[in-house]
Design a protein around this ligand. Structure first.
Ligand SMILES: Cc1ncc(COP(=O)(O)O)c(C=O)c1O
Length: 361
């Protein structure tokens, strides 16, 4: 009955869905909760080495009764140093998801159009829909490349064009020349979600000088291993940042997060070691999944898109793994990827556990 009073665009929204929680899976299969391994969230398996010292410092040096520096000046300067841009080109937020929300709120009125690719990160569709915007979906080609002509035609009259490279859930990085062509010709602002950029070998950040309508979205959730801390950021020209800044929620980054994120940025070798570990563990996992009967798409990221030949087969594999406490992202009935599963590359030992479960049948 309440739905009758809610905005129509809200009632029509398909909410974001997750796989079952550790507690639920443990209860469902009578497993100890601490044995559940998540291959569904594209996170890295271990915390940054700087974590413990930074937590201790956070505990000892500042009480929780005080706010963090509301300008997040230190964090912004460290990010600027890491990326080689001025601090005025950065806006920090509680995860890339908050940054995507700020961008959408900055540009979209109800009824405005947004161009997104498919398949991609569902939030690119969800946030605009939450604001009552219309989403124009441009499917990727069969090799998961974007089609510039199609995207640019759809962008006429739109307020935002959102791309993701490396793309989730397909794992491929788009050709930089294609990305730049799309940015250069786009009649509206372009958002490039680079949540997985550290795993690849290219970023659009150097293009910002030439393209003031480009906004790059990044996160410390993935290569920096800080998903639970919630730290994301936008990198753009200072004109764009000035606009986004007006919509930034005050104090959404906690004192603890600001400190842990700063410690992570002071230890770039640890982040690079994560990237190297993922790259080393990916090959054997690909080989094992192929041996188990999956088609595995090429990936530059810390996850693999796998095709099991149909919804029933994919569903059965996901269920079999879940019974052993191994959770994968289940796309058995996905609109664009039926019969697929997305599997995070974890540590060599954890990947071996997944492959052993597949072999055991
Ligand atoms: C492509 C993409 N963008 C953004 C996010 C959200 O990142 P954050 O944890 O910083 O909100 C994710 C998380 O999985 C993602 O895959």
């Amino acid at each position: 009955m309440l739905a009758h009073f809610a905005r129509r665009s809200v009632v029509e929204i398909e909410p974001y869905g997750w796989e079952a929680t550790d507690a639920l899976i443990a209860a469902r299969h009578r497993l100890p909760a601490d044995t559940i391994l998540r291959f569904d969230l594209n996170t890295v398996p271990s915390a940054p080495p700087s974590w413990h010292a930074a937590m201790t410092a956070a505990r000892d040096e500042g009480g929780p009764q005080e706010y963090a520096d509301p300008t997040y000046d230190e964090l912004t300067r460290l990010l600027g140093g890491y990326l080689g841009v001025a601090p005025t080109q950065i806006l920090v937020g509680a995860g890339a998801d908050e940054i995507l929300s700020i961008i959408c709120q900055t540009f979209l009125d109800p009824g405005d159009a947004v161009v997104v690719t498919a398949p991609t990160y569902p939030v690119h569709t969800l946030r605009p829909q939450q604001l009552g915007a219309t989403v124009r979906v441009c499917p990727l080609d069969t090799d998961f490349s974007p089609d510039p002509e199609r995207l640019l035609a759809a962008a006429v009259g739109a307020k935002l064009l959102i791309l993701c490279s490396p793309n989730n859930p397909t794992g491929n990085a788009f050709d930089p020349a294609l990305i730049e062509r799309i940015i250069a010709a786009s009649p509206c602002p372009v958002v490039l979600d680079e949540a997985y950029a550290e795993f690849g070998d290219w970023s659009a950040i150097p293009l910002l000088d030439r393209h003031p309508h480009l906004i790059v979205v990044r996160t410390m959730s993935k290569a920096f291993a800080l998903a639970g801390m919630r730290l994301g950021y936008a990198v753009a020209g200072s004109g764009a940042i000035d606009l986004l800044q007006r919509l930034r929620p005050t104090n959404s980054i906690s004192v603890v997060t600001a400190r842990i994120a700063a410690a992570g940025l002071r230890d770039l070798p640890a982040m690079r070691a994560n990237v190297a570990r993922v790259a080393a563990a990916r090959g054997p996992l690909v080989a094992g999944l192929r041996a188990a009967g999956a088609h595995v798409y090429p990936s530059v990221t810390n996850f693999l898109l796998t095709d099991w030949g149909g919804p029933d087969a994919a569903g059965a594999v996901a269920a079999r793994l879940e019974r052993r406490g191994l959770v994968v992202r289940n796309y058995a009935h996905h609109q664009f990827l039926p019969g697929h599963l997305r599997i995070t590359v974890r540590s060599a030992e954890q990947n071996a556990r997944l492959l052993a479960a597949l072999r055991a049948g």
